[in-house]
Design a binder for this molecule. Structure first.
Ligand code: ZN
Length: 77
């Protein structure tokens, strides 16, 4: 019988094969691969969304910048 370790994320014990030690702000904890993977996927999705939002904001800022520049040019002429 394989050893079980308490998973602080699920609040249950999993077989040691499914467990990984992770470093948290409160120290080293045991967490199962399943929740680590789920968290990683969620973070990837967030980063993808964040990157898209940043690109859009940058494009908006550039569009505004061009608009402002156009107005300034109008005043000059
Ligand atoms: Zn777990």
């Amino acid at each position: 019988m394989s050893k079980s370790i308490y998973c602080y994320t699920c609040n249950v014990q999993h077989p040691i094969e499914e467990m990984r030690q992770i470093v948290t702000k409160k120290g080293i904890r045991w967490r199962c691969i399943k929740t680590i993977e789920a968290a990683r996927l969620a973070r990837d999705k967030r980063q993808e969304f964040g990157a898209r939002t940043t690109a859009k904001n940058r494009a908006d800022a550039q569009a505004k910048g061009r608009k402002t520049a156009a107005i300034v040019e109008d005043f000059d002429s």
